[in-house]
Design a protein around this ligand. Structure first.
Ligand code: TTP
Ligand code: MG
Length: 389
């Protein structure tokens, strides 16, 4: 049964009406699988240009180009008015101004875009902790916990995110909701600007079939040329090749290509490491699943981190264990310490407990240990806990 969410008031509906029965808006997002999809890609519309327009309302309807206004400069981004004239990112400025002589040109203000990006991320955090920023203006969100956090369905949480960004930050975003990162990113591009698109599992293959292979994340000019030389230009043609054929030709990436072509992608949304953290990691010479080996490598990492904490006059409140599996999945686990520390032994004890949980037969290629929730050294290791007053 089709399910809909009103993008203006957040009302959820079991059917697919023309307008929202609660607020009358016709901005509805509807899809039969709406309640089963949890992975979103959120991308700001004409990001730098939108921020500049927000700060200069008199430019609202004018063509605006952000980029260095020298003769040899290039367009960093163009607003949607300028895009109607054919202006695009990375175009030489002289060409852009030939196409759109009336455009206003502003130099980028990166510090401001960073601040805006932080504000947007704070809004993302209000609906999920599983956020993977890709650049200042885009991120993947996993809304698997939305319902249990009291945010409603993933689509309702996302509609609220879009409204908050508009009201609190003053720019617009486009949202793609799907079953995985690959499809979510494609979905977010479908209806820009101010879009909200859904690609369901059921239609993924047929949706992908007519698209160019160049739409696949990671297919650059070189891979595309190789595929095109084999007569493969659309994802549909790629679907008819076997995974084995693609692996023979492209190695590991071939496997990913085969999966993507069928709309499958098992990459997780991986929250980025907190900015304030200290970490160390080691790649194993041979992949291992042995607790003893993991532990043997983790201990010196804890020592390195403890040394850095002492040198920097800091203490760490949370220990983070990172493990990359042999098939490149990243697992991140963290544990809050009973008290902030600078000691390798305290870090190591927490890491040992985390390793014990994750060593379940899988093999790993990399182990990393980190600390975050950094604080001053004065908070580290209350002396009475160690009896060495
Ligand atoms: P994009 O998300 O690719 O572009 P956009 O946000 O300007 O437009 P839209 O998403 O609506 O299509 O990139 C985000 C920002 O990154 C963009 O505002 C400027 C910067 N950027 C560059 O500096 N160089 C580039 O070549 C591109 C594409 C973007
Ligand atoms: Mg963008």
């Amino acid at each position: 049964m089709p399910k809909s969410v009103c993008r203006d008031c957040g009302e959820a509906m079991p059917a697919e009406p023309v307008a929202c029965p609660r607020c009358g808006s016709s901005r509805l997002v509807s899809h039969a699988e709406l309640d089963e999809l949890t992975i979103a890609h959120v991308d700001c519309d004409a990001f730098y240009a939108s921020v500049e327009k927000r700060d200069r309302p008199e430019l609202a309807h004018q063509p605006l180009i952000v980029g260095h206004p020298s003769a040899r400069g290039v367009v960093t981004t163009a607003c949607y008015v300028a895009r109607k004239f054919g202006v695009r990112s990375a175009m030489p400025m002289f060409k852009a101004l030939d196409l759109c002589p009336n455009a206003v040109v502003l130099a980028p203000d990166m510090a401001k875009y960073k601040r805006v990006s932080d504000e947007i991320r704070a809004i993302f955090r209000s609906v999920t902790a599983i956020i993977e920023p890709v650049s200042l203006d885009e991120a993947y969100l996993d809304l698997v916990d939305a319902e249990s956090r009291g945010d409603g369905s993933p689509a309702q949480a996302l509609a609220r995110v879009a409204r908050s960004v508009e009201q609190e930050v003053g720019i617009t975003v486009s949202i793609g909701l799907s079953a995985n990162k690959f499809l979510a990113k494609l979905a977010s591009e479908l209806q820009k600007p101010r879009g909200f698109s859904v690609i369901g599992r059921n239609e993924a293959k047929s949706f992908l079939a007519p698209l160019s292979i160049r739409k696949i994340n990671g297919v650059g000019a070189a891979t595309a040329s190789r595929l095109e030389a084999m007569g493969v230009t659309t994802i549909g043609q790629l679907q008819s090749l076997s995974e084995m054929q693609l692996v023979t030709q492209y190695g590991k990436f071939g496997r990913r290509l085969a999966r993507f072509a069928h709309g499958e992608d098992d990459r997780r949304v991986t929250p980025d490491r907190p900015t304030k953290s200290i970490s160390a990691e080691t790649t194993f010479r041979h992949d291992t699943g042995s607790v003893a080996e993991l532990w043997a490598v983790a201990q010196p990492l804890c020592e390195r981190i403890a040394g850095q904490l002492v040198r920097k006059g800091l203490s760490g409140g949370t220990v983070v264990l990172k493990l990359k599996t042999s098939d490149f999945r990243l697992l991140t686990r963290s544990r809050r310490l009973p008290h902030p520390t600078q000691r390798a032994s305290v870090l190591a004890e927490a890491v040992r407990q985390l390793i014990d949980k994750d060593a379940d037969g899988r093999t790993f290629r990399l182990i990393g240990v980190g600390v975050d929730e950094l604080g001053p050294a004065s908070l580290a290791d209350p002396p009475d806990l160690f009896g060495d007053i």
